[in-house]
Design a protein around this ligand. Sequence first.
Ligand SMILES: C[S@@+](CC[C@H](N)C(=O)[O-])C[C@H]1O[C@@H](n2cnc3c(N)ncnc32)[C@H](O)[C@@H]1O
Length: 176
Amino acid sequence: MNDIIENTFDDVAEDYDINEYFLITAEKMLQDISYKDNLNILDLSCGTGHTTLLLAQKFRNSSITAIDISASMIEVASKKAKENKFDNITFKKEDVTKLDFEKNTFDIITCGFGLFFYPSMENCFKNFMEILKTDGTFIFSSFSKEDHLKEISVHCKEKKILLQTNTLITKVQKDI
Ligand SMILES: C[S@@+](CC[C@H](N)C(=O)[O-])C[C@H]1O[C@@H](n2cnc3c(N)ncnc32)[C@H](O)[C@@H]1O
């Protein structure tokens, strides 16, 4: 399944940015995050870098790791980062379902229109919560509310994780 996803996004990478909807949503995802210095930030399924580049601009003195399974999507993102002279982004071609970061690593994790591609959203979500620092924030976008909430809301209740959602964007605050 991941091969199909990877090949599909490899094929559409060059023309992906024609659809401005993804950039508009990325802007909305970040509008409520207040600026702090020296953060460790992870952008999951970064694609052509809509969220990544906005993060790099907003958090100039922070380190941003951007991951995607499609080499071609990363290539487009990386080219844009170079054009904008951002030196605070590290791109990695990786499968988000196989992440290997230490617990409590990231202050902010973002995921623009990616979560529903992962075979088990719940397992991935649990892993994201592990690698997110206490007090950290996870923000993701989705095409519909129902897509994602059922699988992760039970876990959030159990762990007392604060979850705020509207139709498109969900903010998760890990403050336990
Ligand atoms: C709809 S695009 C969103 C891209 C970007 N976040 C945005 O908002 O424009 C979904 C992205 O998820 C990536 N993706 C899907 N499954 C993945 C996986 N298992 N690991 C890493 N990236 C994945 C695809 O390659 C694609 O770039």
